[in-house]
Design a protein around this ligand. Structure first.
Ligand code: BES
Ligand code: MN
Ligand code: ZN
Length: 497
């Protein structure tokens, strides 16, 4: 998407659509001027109760005389004094999404004044929103449901220079493209994106954005003794891959932030096969890996002064003749032995070896992302990420990054007694902890492999993939937590000296 920042009166901006935020209460200066140019149309709408300014209220006007733009879309901003960055992002997504059902050329958007947000932040969120609102899951529909916006024109309030919004817009576009990348990868069917093709895509993106990328093929995975990850892959004709990405924008000796993603390109459940309804959306089971890949490309494009590594554990969980069986004992890379009591609890079997590998590559602070458990969705609902950690300070850093981005994340406890639930009579641990506390017993399993290093596990089984549309986003992959990871990396630079 092309974009530009201008600083002109709203009535003079030529575009196919002009989107203007209208708060509750008196019209701010630029909106009042627009109202004048439209001979009091906005005042009349307000008097008729058709323009209340309530958050996310949409009013579309076509063929408005006195306006250079062809169409006007008014969107409610609520109370300007409490407008937050996440709600501005969501509001712009909602407004833009209501006009991207048709191909649209130029969309102008007024950056509001009178909020407590800086113009560069408003511009950043606006560009992210406009990028996201132009893409959907209709990747293979001849008759598209969603069209990308041709060009975005941000209209800065007269009292502001355009430089700050320009810097914000540039960042916002990178973030929006990263979210869309994660969405596109997750929305792509499992027959097109599987371990090899996913790894190729990672390598291409690494080349494009200047990251170091190493792809570990089966031979290397065997040499690395990743017996647990390889056991999951055995049931599939598609060989496993692990991808190691490295972006170093930090001074020498800076701590390494490692992002580890579950990349099960399809989860049939294996021999503990899922019923049809449970399997339907399981192309989404590589969302953790997609999130990590998208975030690290954004971090590199933004040239953040940090050292970040990304590790993607890519396998397909299938039921082939060589599939792992119930009762099998796996020899993980760390030496810990694992009794398999449910082949559908495969994500932890993949992540444990990738986490151990990440530690061997000099990772100091770890975050893993995984569509790991249905239990997390039961606990927190479909829109909230579960966080589990062995280090409260590090967990707080992750939670506050997520909060700043408006990505709802909630911590679950990690009391010692949960660990007993994965004791095995046969091996060191078993891969399921029984019916209760399933999100936590999965995290307890992973904790065994991080050697006490600060680590946060993010279970995105709920928010990664949406079953239906919402006013602010299309159904399908959401790209959740991409922005939060970039924010975390931005804050992490304070540790880099
Ligand atoms: N990929 C699933 C978890 C999942 C469920 C993701 C719903 C997204 C939406 C995971 O591999 C899985 O099957 N987990 C099992 C674990 C159980 C066997 C201990 C689950 O949640 O049922
Ligand atoms: Mn599974
Ligand atoms: Zn899974």
């Amino acid at each position: 998407m092309d974009w530009a920042v201008v600083s002109t009166g709203l009535k003079d901006v030529a575009a196919d659509w002009l989107i203007v935020g209208v708060p509750e209460g008196p019209f701010p200066g630029a909106v009042a001027l627009l109202d004048q140019a439209l001979e009091g149309t906005l005042t009349r709408l307000r008097e008729q109760d058709d323009l209340t300014g309530k958050l996310n209220e949409l009013t579309a006007l076509r063929d408005v005389s006195g306006l250079a733009a062809k169409r006007l879309l008014l969107v409610g901003l609520g109370n300007l004094e409490v407008l937050s960055e996440p709600s501005w992002l969501r509001t712009v997504q909602t407004a833009a999404r209501s006009i991207t059902g048709k191909a649209v050329g130029q969309v102008a958007l007024a950056l509001p004044s009178g909020t407590r947000l800086a113009t560069d932040r408003l511009a950043q969120q606006a560009l992210t929103a406009l990028e996201i609102a132009g893409r959907g899951q209709d990747l293979y529909r001849a008759d598209r449901k969603r069209y990308p916006i041709g060009k975005a024109i941000l209209v800065a309030p007269a009292e502001f220079s355009v430089e700050e919004p320009e810097a914000g817009a540039e960042r916002g576009q990178v973030l929006g493209e990263a979210v869309n990348l994660a969405r596109e990868l997750v929305n792509t069917p499992a027959d097109l994106i599987y371990p090899e093709t996913f790894a190729n895509r990672a390598a291409e993106l690494a080349e494009k954005y200047g990251l170091i990328c190493e792809v570990l093929d089966e031979q290397r995975l065997v040499a690395e003794r990743m017996g647990s990850l390889l056991a999951v892959a055995k049931g599939s004709d598609r060989p496993a891959r692990v991808v190691h990405l490295d972006y170093n924008g930090a001074p020498p000796g800076a701590p390494v932030l490692a992002l580890v993603g579950k990349g099960v390109t399809f989860d049939s459940g294996g021999l503990s096969i899922k019923p049809n309804d449970g399997m339907l959306t399981m192309k989404c089971d590589m969302a953790g890996a997609a999130t990590v890949l998208a975030a690290i490309t954004a971090i590199a494009r933004l040239k953040l002064p940090v050292h970040v590594k990304g590790f993607l554990g890519l396998v397909e969980n299938m039921t082939g003749g060589s599939a792992m069986k119930l009762g099998d004992v796996l020899f993980s890379r760390s030496g810990t032995t694992i009794e398999v009591l449910n082949t559908d609890a495969e994500g932890r079997l993949v992540l444990c070896d990738v986490l151990d590998y990440a530690l061997s590559q000099g990772s100091d602070y770890l975050v893993d992302l995984a569509t790991l458990t249905g239990a997390c969705v039961v606990a927190l609902g479909e829109e909230v990420t579960g966080a589990m950690s062995n280090d409260q300070a590090w967990c707080d850093a992750v939670l506050s990054a997520a909060k700043a981005c408006g990505e709802d994340t909630w911590q679950l406890p990690m009391f010692d007694h949960y660990a007993k639930l994965i004791d095995s009579d046969v091996a060191d641990i078993k891969n399921v902890g029984g019916r209760w506390g399933g999100a936590i017993t999965a995290a307890k399993f992973l904790e065994r492999f991080v050697k006490g290093r600060p680590w946060v596990h993010l279970d995105i089984a709920g928010p990664a993939f949406a079953s239906s549309d919402k006013p602010h986003r299309d159904g399908g992959a959401t790209g959740c937590m991409v922005r939060s990871l970039v924010e975390l990396a931005r804050n992490f630079s304070h540790r880099s000296g």
